[in-house]
Design a protein around this ligand. Structure first.
Ligand SMILES: Cc1ncc(C[n+]2csc(CCOP(=O)(O)OP(=O)(O)O)c2C)c(N)n1
Ligand SMILES: [Mg+2]
Length: 1018
């Protein structure tokens, strides 16, 4: 059966141009395979076939303008059934139907009012009869009895009494292990009751010994480093509070990566780094010499202060010490793992992401900024552990409140599985004996400031101030000595409780888990810093403190050894070392450890990019559109296509990327449960469990975290992925600068695309949107390469090189490329030698205007301002007989980096023939002064000023942006062609190459006001 393939609804556009025809007569085609590519002035979209079949005829050609209903091709259909036309949503309803709906709605309103009336009447009837509908209720009679009792209480003793009883019931049921009560908070006791705890099969004695040695060595390395040089710093208190939390995980839960399993991903709390080194020392992975080089990283082999993969690329995986970043990055890591699994790129092995955070760190907006996403996406592969030692740097986290309860409420409200680990096992008998509920009440009453003091001031103090508040509680502990009371431990220091919590978290499905573990900052540090406000900064331990620490943890060192702060490692064949190693062997290997076995991706052939190297003729396009076109072509490259991860924070339409919705789908872990309102349109909103686009919504920090997860997939999943995160350039580095820094540290590979870039190019948006500095911010990240291309061929050259270097050569760099939304024609790639090389190095000679051979000037332009420079060059030649060289500068940053290196070489090799930097090589044979301009602040061009021996003048967009037309904005910032001509004339006059009258005349001619204040002051 012959079938017409018509152009479907194309949304906002009336007519669009065919830019590619992807089929020919006789081709066999499957449903959803692309027929043609369309391009509007904003976006390009492929049109899919609606059926399987053989193309009978193609009825369009490149350049045709088409609109909805246009016949694209005819197809000999191979499908047996005729597709039913879909009901079009939003179609205008016939007037009769509208009337019927209106009547029905009115009736509904009346009925609702009547119903309300009835309810009120019912209330007035005050029927005391309680009726129970057997609706999932296994024993309605019993329910009735309970409710009748409550009713009686309400009647007899009032609602306060009734509420009290309900609260008692909830607490009682919670205590018995029922965690289903739907309240924001549960009582201040452990979520898992003792009788439901899963017991560890580990040797507790040995584990305690091992933990003690780790504690000792961690503290010793910090104290030794500070003894050597007090500049070096370090933290003891954080790890001292978290040692059990890590130990239980390391001994029993965290599986390493090996050739059989992908490995759990553990985000260690940054300030706990000494603890990880101390364990690695016992495991034989780190030498005592290395321990002695803690925080002395300049010589190779030193240990980095915090988890920095850049500095210890075989050890640390996740850079987290800047508070709040780890929380978000780990959530998006868990999400990205599910994305890879759902897309069929990764096996589901039940791997988990564990993220350790400080309770003070939870103050950071980023820490809880993505917990909604984690619950929404049901990230049951994520376990967050908050080490609630009740302290941050200066003092208590919530002295007047309770951080655990506060976090519980927030996480519970967001839909997380919350496990509180508050009390250690020594409390269990007391809680069991507490028949009055007074103990739970007192636990709930005391605030964190008090709890901190309880652990700093000893057993007698606790008896008096905690138990002493109620006679019943004093009674409860009357048989206990002060020492016994002091021993009442906190959950986070009790390996049994921690084990039970971890075990339960591992079993949990359907939502992410947060474990709130109560600990003591500086645990074991005694007077020198246990539970003190100064604990965080404590990096020195005096002799007495060290002896106390040794005794507290039974470390087998003599007094002399303690005074020398010696490390302690039992012999290799000791039960401790054997046990420690066996545990890790069972769990597949060492942690933390960073490795990559990812296969490289072959760079796509030059053909994929060849269309971008041709002239667009008269057709005007923005570089953003060219990028989208390029990505569309890349989606046809079988090596690259599945690895592309387009990441967009709710701006796909701004960048003309809505065509991707249909083509590759938006990732949605539950697929699409609804028919989208625009289902009839070509670019309809298509969500899919296998979707490729990460449509993040309005969260730059989230999108950036996704980008980092995808860009480090080569090490965390041994799978090279190519994340391309597109954003408004102003909301990139300015917004998420610290994440970008962490991304560099993590050796993320990928593309950041600052779209709608340039302070005068994004015309109608104004101050908050006008980016004139992102290239300055990106320039500070050592392994970030930034480019500001003007033409399609420049963009294509840079992009292909990025693919080659990052994914074929597997270099640890990433790219920041700005693209613009200004439409203009693009010339073909100049044929000259060195153009491609120059584009990548940062500049090349775009055009030589050499007619008059009298006066010459060098004109440098970047981004869209290169076009103003080209226009200025033409005016200078036509009106003033001044020749010029026009240089396209694709990256001032790259030019500067290379020049700095050459300069350094020359300074350090004074006896050798000086090398020339690339800028000098470009400029050395040229004549005349240099005028340079970009759509960024002058500092962008100024980056190369020190390396130029000629007179150099830079122009740019210093000052706050504002909204206006491009023309007016460029005039305001003095980077339009008229200003550039005038300034060029003035520069030439200053160099005494021409008389000054030309500049004066130009100022008049172009209505330039020399009295206008500098734009930074406006
Ligand atoms: C973004 C950021 N701001 C500030 C700091 C400095 N800082 C380091 S540790 C710390 C206190 C941390 O307290 P908490 O999160 O409770 O961790 P703890 O050491 O108590 O486990 C602060 C403020 C930082 N590392 N990162
Ligand atoms: Mg803390």
């Amino acid at each position: 059966m012959l079938k017409d393939l018509l152009l479907p609804d194309i949304g906002d556009f009336e007519t669009v141009e065919i830019v590619e025809v992807l089929v020919k007569a006789g081709d066999k085609i499957k449903k959803n395979e692309s027929l043609v590519t369309l391009e509007s002035d904003k976006s390009s979209v492929e049109v899919p076939s609606t059926d399987d079949g053989i193309i009978e005829s193609v009825n369009v050609k490149i350049g045709d303008k088409v609109s909805k209903g246009h016949l694209l091709a005819t197809l000999e259909s191979l499908s047996l059934t005729e597709e039913k036309p879909k009901k079009i949503l939003g179609e205008k309803l016939p007037p009769d139907t509208e009337k019927i709906i209106e009547e029905a709605e009115n009736t509904l309103v009346l009925k609702k009012e009547a119903d309300e009336q009835k309810t009120i009447t019912k209330k007035e009837d005050n029927d005391e009869k309680i009726e129970i509908v057997k609706n999932g209720d296994i024993d309605p009679i019993e329910t009735k009895e309970w409710l009748e009792s409550l009713s009686a209480v309400l009647e007899k003793d009032g609602k306060l009494r009734a509420q009290f009883l309900i609260k008692q019931l909830i607490e009682h049921s919670y205590k018995k292990g029922s965690d289903l009560v739907l309240s924001r908070n549960t009582p201040y006791i452990n979520t898992i009751p003792p009788e439901q705890e899963t017991k560890s099969s580990g040797d507790q004695n040995l584990e305690r010994k091992i933990r003690s040695l780790i504690r000792w060595n961690a503290a010793a390395m910090v104290v030794r480093a500070n003894k050597k040089n007090p500049e070096l710093g370090g933290h003891i208190g954080t790890f001292a509070s978290a040692a059990t939390l890590y130990d239980v995980g390391m001994n029993h839960f965290w599986r390493a990566k090996n050739n059989k399993f992908g490995g759990d991903l553990i985000y260690f709390q940054g300030h706990c780094a000494p603890g990880m080194y101390a364990r690695a020392f016992l495991e034989g992975r780190i030498t005592p010499k290395q321990l002695d080089y803690f925080r002395q990283e300049v010589k190779s082999g030193g240990l980095s202060s915090y988890p920095h993969p850049w500095l210890m690329p075989k050890f640390w995986q996740f850079p987290v010490v800047s508070m709040g970043l780890g929380a978000m990055m780990s959530i998006y890591q868990a999400r990205f793992t599910k994305y890879l699994i759902n897309r069929g790129l990764l096996k589901d092995e039940g791997r988990k992401v564990w993220s350790f955070l400080g309770d003070g760190e939870m103050d950071e907006p980023e820490s809880m900024g993505a917990i909604g996403l984690a619950a929404r996406e049901k990230l049951d592969n994520l376990i967050v552990v908050v080490n609630c030692n009740l302290q941050r740097l200066d003092g208590p986290v919530r002295g007047n409140g309770k951080i655990i309860q506060e976090l519980e409420g927030i996480f519970r409200g967001a839909g997380w599985n919350v496990i509180k680990v508050i009390w250690g096992s020594y409390w269990d008998p007391l809680l069991a004996k507490d028949k009055t509920g007074m103990l739970i009440r007192r636990m709930g009453e005391a605030v964190d400031g008090e709890y901190q003091a309880f652990k700093a001031k000893g057993g007698a103090y606790v008896r008096e101030n905690f138990f002493g508040k109620y006679p019943e509680l004093l009674d409860l502990v009357s048989q206990m000595t002060d020492k016994d009371i002091w021993k009442l431990n906190r959950g986070g220091h009790d390996p049994h409780k921690v084990y039970a919590a971890y075990h339960s978290a591992m079993q949990h499905t359907g939502s992410p888990t947060v474990i709130l573990a109560k600990t003591i900052k500086g645990y074991g540090m005694g007077k020198s810093g246990e539970s003190m406000n100064t604990t965080h900064q404590q990096k020195k331990l005096g002799e007495e403190d060290l002896l106390y620490y040794r005794d507290r943890f039974d470390v087998p060192l003599t007094d002399e050894q303690v005074k020398n702060i010696e490390y302690y490692k039992p012999p290799e064949n000791s039960p401790e070392i054997k046990y420690l190693k066996e545990c890790r062997l069972k769990l597949g290997g060492n942690l933390p450890e960073r490795s990559s076995f990812a296969k490289s991706i072959k760079t796509p052939s030059v053909d994929v990019f060849s269309a971008m190297k041709e002239s667009t003729g008269k057709k005007e396009m923005s570089t953003t559109m060219i990028l989208v076109r390029m990505l569309t072509s890349l989606l046809r490259d079988k090596n690259v296509a599945p690895r592309l991860v387009p990441i967009i924070p709710d701006e796909a339409r701004t960048f003309g990327m809505e065509g991707f919705f249909q083509k590759i789908g938006i990732y949605a872990h539950e697929g699409q449960k609804y028919e989208p309102v625009d289902s009839e349109q070509l670019s309809s909103y298509r969500e899919d469990i296998k979707g490729q686009v990460l449509e993040e919504g309005i969260t730059e920090a989230g999108a950036m975290s996704s980008w980092i997860a995808a860009g480090t997939s080569y090490t965390n999943h041994d799978l090279e992925m190519i994340p391309i995160y597109l954003f408004y350039s102003m909301f990139g580095f300015q917004r998420i600068g610290d994440f970008a820094w962490a991304a560099g540290d993590a050796q993320t590979r990928g593309f950041l695309i600052g779209a709608t870039a340039g302070r005068t190019t994004l015309a109608g948006e104004g101050l908050q949107h006008g980016d004139g500095h992102s290239h300055i911010l990106s320039s500070v990240i050592p392994n970030c390469k930034s480019y500001d291309p003007t033409f399609g061929y420049e963009l294509a050259t840079i992009f292909r090189e990025g693919l080659r270097r990052m994914y074929e050569k597997q270099e640890n760099i990433f790219y920041y490329i700005t693209t613009m939304n200004e439409n203009y024609p693009h010339p073909e790639m100049p044929k000259g030698k060195g153009v491609e090389d120059g584009i990548l190095k940062g500049m090349y000679l775009f055009k030589e205007l050499n007619k008059y051979k009298k006066t010459k000037i060098q004109l440098l332009g970047s981004g869209t301002i290169l076009r103003e420079i080209i226009a200025a060059a033409e005016i200078l030649q036509k009106d003033y007989q001044i020749d010029s060289n026009v240089w396209s500068v694709t990256s001032f940053n790259e030019l500067r980096k290379e020049a700095l290196e050459v300069e350094r070489y020359n300074l350090l090799n004074p006896d050798k023939k000086p090398k020339k930097n690339y800028i000098e090589k470009c400029m050395s044979t040229t004549e005349g002064p240099i005028v340079s301009a970009s759509d960024y602040i002058r500092l962008n061009s100024d980056q190369i000023r020190p390396f130029i021996r000629k007179s150099f003048y830079s122009f740019g967009t210093d000052g706050y942006g504002r909204s206006d037309t491009r023309k007016n904005l460029r005039k305001f910032f003095e980077i339009d062609k008229e200003h550039l001509v005038t300034y060029s004339l003035s520069v030439l006059a200053k160099e005494q190459l021409i008389p000054s009258k030309y500049a004066k005349e130009a100022i008049k001619k172009y209505n330039i006001d020399p009295e206008k204040p500098f734009p930074t002051k406006l």
